[in-house]
Design a protein around this ligand. Structure first.
Ligand code: CTP
Ligand code: MG
Length: 258
């Protein structure tokens, strides 16, 4: 289960909020996505392990599927606070934000569905916030051309690819900025930074990591399994376990007790 979060005597306190309450409908398979096995361990356990390894993170709060709060708390151990998530991702993040300790000054929001995220990316995002940026997101350039397409299937325009980026998590925020963003009502966004943009607060980018991709479709799970299987023992960036080795036994998903 890893060594747990190390208490830090000095320095800023950084919380990582992990929305893990989704159903994983696009992945399918019946089990909530965060609890699907990947290389023998639940995806969520791998995501939490990366946050534990990050030097910047001092508190972890997980938003779990409401019927699985106890199961997830048992699975993750006592250094992780587990709360019930909500109907939409924004509801889960809003609830988790309320469970963050009072002395936390920086909050990272990180999808449970990005199990191979390198700890170095977590620390890079936290460092950029601590350096003075109120909001920071990891991004990658695109390989495919992107088209805007109308409801009738006809192409409307082709935005120049040079200026486009794909956005990952963890996204990092000054705590007061994220709290203000989550106090906004009914703004349709697909990431946390979108809410901060609606506030008019500048959002800074840092280079993302290919391994931080989100497991969304069955294809992504196959890719994640293949990357884990190829990863040399001791390579923590691709999800090595806490002993530095790899655990790629064909494990089973965690299931609801009821
Ligand atoms: N999430 C959450 N609460 C929700 C919905 C999503 O905490 N009500 C979390 C998911 O568990 C995931 C992250 O938000 O870690 C990103 O969401 P997504 O990839 O869309 O996961 P799911 O919503 O589970 O998948 P799907 O949309 O295919 O059902
Ligand atoms: Mg979803």
């Amino acid at each position: 289960m890893g060594e747990g979060l190390q208490p830090r005597a000095v320095g800023p306190r950084v919380a990582a909020i992990v929305p893990a309450a989704g159903r994983g409908e696009r992945l399918g398979g019946g089990t909530p996505k965060a609890l699907r096995a990947l290389g023998g361990r639940p995806m969520l356990v791998r995501s939490i392990e990366a946050l534990r390894r990050a030097e910047s993170v001092t508190q972890i709060v997980v938003a779990a599927p409401p019927t699985l709060v106890e199961v997830v708390a048992q699975l993750l151990g006592r250094d992780v606070r587990v709360i019930a998530g909500g109907a939409e991702r924004v509801d889960s993040v809003r609830r988790a934000l309320r469970a963050v300790d009072d002395d936390i000054s920086v909050v990272l929001v990180h999808d449970a569905a990005r199990p191979l995220t390198p700890p170095s990316l977590v620390d890079a995002v936290a460092a950029a916030v601590l350096a003075g940026h109120p909001a920071v997101i990891p991004v990658l350039g695109l390989t495919d051309t992107v088209k805007e397409v109308g409801p009738d299937g006809r192409v409307i325009r082709t935005p120049p690819r040079d200026g486009l980026r794909a956005v990952q998590t963890p996204q990092g925020f000054r705590r007061d900025v994220l709290a203000a963003a989550y106090a906004l009502k009914d703004i349709p966004v697909t990431d946390d930074a979108g809410l901060v943009e609606a506030l008019g607060v500048p959002v800074m980018t840092v280079p993302g990591a290919q391994e931080a991709f989100k497991v969304t479709q069955p294809h992504d799970l196959v890719l994640a399994e293949a990357l884990l299987a190829r990863c040399a023992p001791g390579d923590a960036s691709a999800g090595a376990d806490s002993r530095g080795g790899l655990d790629v036994r064909g494990g089973s998903d965690v299931r609801s007790p009821g």
